[in-house]
Design a protein around this ligand. Structure first.
Ligand code: 2AM
Length: 481
């Protein structure tokens, strides 16, 4: 039989199946394969019935059915499953063939695999795929990176199946090595931040005594304004959702799960030394929520301010909450882009920040009108050093910052936790502060550890002071604190 498939896809869980059907809808012939081979036939006889999808009974069979250069996409569990398949595939492939990992792999794993396969002349791609099952089926956001020679080979397929925003594909080449998976990781971190901010807004509204219907109406309104986004929209629907026992939301246990990509973003932020504080707080908030039993016990022992949340003008305060959420969201994205910028420097990636905003504009979980504004900011100035310095966002914070301060200050006085809203405000105030108290910090470090400091006006020259007269004049050059 002559080779006829445009691409093979390994991994027939929901995401894999939906991507195959999406490729099929777009006119590509896909060869499906799975570790548990029975699933191939099940898929062909059910979900893929009546399509052009073909199946393979073994990896060799799959490879034989592929047009040259071969393209094989993996949608299997991140980790050793990816390495196992690569190991089995390499002897069956030829130089110039492409392997794509569409799972949630760690970007350093992708960088390593890309290097290892480059040596074997296999073009490796690690691609972020976002949008959940729906996105995979009807148009995900795709963030491919890896061996650049693979891009022209997979571009027609990727840019056909992806989401479109303002008629442009939400898929562009991200960069070398692990760039695609890094950008996907930051996307997921930002998703954690967006969700946490919405949860804090909900918590404040609840404390103010709003009913779920009233909250849903508020989210509905926000969704027609600058916060127009998938996450605001689903929050409205969740608030409105009732089953036979009434509203479901209040019956859901308040302990958040996580699969790790938010944590990876926070770890990367610490490693690169970038203050991605909001995502960090979002991850820690999930950790705190998971301590349900401890919280229940503590709630009986630890006192709060003993006041009830109350405002004179509720509609006005709800508008404050909206502005607070919007301003904090601007900070969160500014921080995420700061992280990508630093990682790009370190890894020699030439990241296109406007292109990344466009990739996230549609198809994925954080899709929003806001990302269109970010895209425009980078179109106005591709060298923009920080989103906060773009005129559009500068203005938005000017308009919203008093509201933001009202919400954070009141939440603190009422004893309502707002870790993401408040850390964003502290970051904003820190970022715009010309002189931070780090002069004292440097003095302390020099006092106890002779770590030296620079004098204003003599930067680059490190000096030590014998603060007590007994510590000596020798500076520490190796010990770090
Ligand atoms: P399976 O159907 O044979 O379990 C999501 O779990 C997908 O990843 C499934 O297609 C699953 O295959 C595959 N998968 C999970 N762990 C795997 C492993 N260690 N090796 C190969 N495939 C794996």
């Amino acid at each position: 039989m002559s080779a006829k498939a445009d691409i093979a896809l390994i991994g027939l869980a929901v995401m894999g199946q939906n991507l195959i059907l999406n490729m099929n809808d777009n006119g590509f012939v896909v060869c499906a394969y799975n570790r548990t081979v029975e699933k191939v036939n099940q898929f062909l006889q059910n979900e893929a019935k009546g399509t052009k999808v073909i199946g393979a009974t073994s990896l060799q069979d799959m490879v034989n059915k592929l047009k040259l250069p071969r393209k094989v996409m993996l949608l299997v569990k991140a980790g050793s499953a990816v390495d196992d398949f690569i190991k089995q595939l390499v002897p069956l492939l030829s130089p110039g063939d492409v392997i794509i990992d569409g799972g949630n792999s760690e970007y350093q794993d992708t960088a390593r695999r890309c290097d290892e396969l480059r040596a074997k002349q296999i073009l490796y791609v690690g691609s972020g795929v976002s949008g959940g099952e729906e996105g995979a089926r009807h148009g995900p956001s795709l963030m491919p990176g890896g061996h650049p020679e693979a891009w022209p080979l997979i571009q027609p397929i990727f840019q056909s199946i992806c989401a479109k925003a303002d008629n442009e594909p939400c898929c562009e080449w991200v960069g070398e090595g692990g760039a695609g998976h890094f950008v996907k990781m930051v996307h997921n971190g930002i998703e954690y931040g967006d969700m946490q901010l919405i949860c804090e807004a909900y918590q404040i509204m609840k404390a103010l005594g709003l009913s779920q219907t009233e909250m849903a109406a508020e989210f509905e309104k926000w969704n027609s304004e600058e916060l127009d986004s998938f996450l605001i929209e689903i929050t409205r629907d969740i608030l409105n959702y009732k089953d036979d026992k009434g509203y479901l939301l209040e019956r859901i246990r308040d302990t958040a799960g996580q699969k790790g990509t938010g944590k990876w973003t926070a770890i990367a932020a610490l490693q690169y030394g970038v203050p991605v504080t909001l995502i960090g707080e979002a991850v820690f908030s999930r950790c705190l929520s998971a301590l349900k039993d401890e919280r229940v016990a503590a709630s009986k022992q630890l006192s709060g301010p003993g006041v009830t949340a109350k405002v004179d003008d509720l509609p006005k305060f709800l508008n404050h909450i909206k502005h607070a959420l919007y301003c904090a969201k601007i900070v969160s994205y500014a921080q995420g882009f700061m992280l990508m910028r630093e990682a790009a420097k370190d890894n020699n990636w030439n990241l296109n920040y406007g292109g990344i905003a466009l990739m996230w504009r549609g198809g994925c979980i954080i899709r929003s009108v806001f990302l269109g504004n970010i895209k425009e900011a980078y179109t106005r100035n591709p060298q923009l050093s920080n989103l906060l310095l773009d005129d559009f966002f500068k203005k938005a914070i000017e308009v919203g910052q008093n509201s933001w301060r009202q919400v954070v200050a009141n939440a603190f006085l009422w004893g309502i936790p707002v870790p993401a809203l408040s850390t964003a405000l502290s970051f904003y105030d820190g970022y715009r502060t010309e002189k931070l108290p780090a002069n004292l910090l440097q003095a302390q470090r020099d006092y106890f550890g002779a770590h030296t400091y620079e004098l204003l006006g003599a930067e680059g020259k490190f000096v030590h002071t014998n603060w007590t007269g007994t510590g000596g004049n020798v500076s520490a050059s190796t010990y770090l604190a």
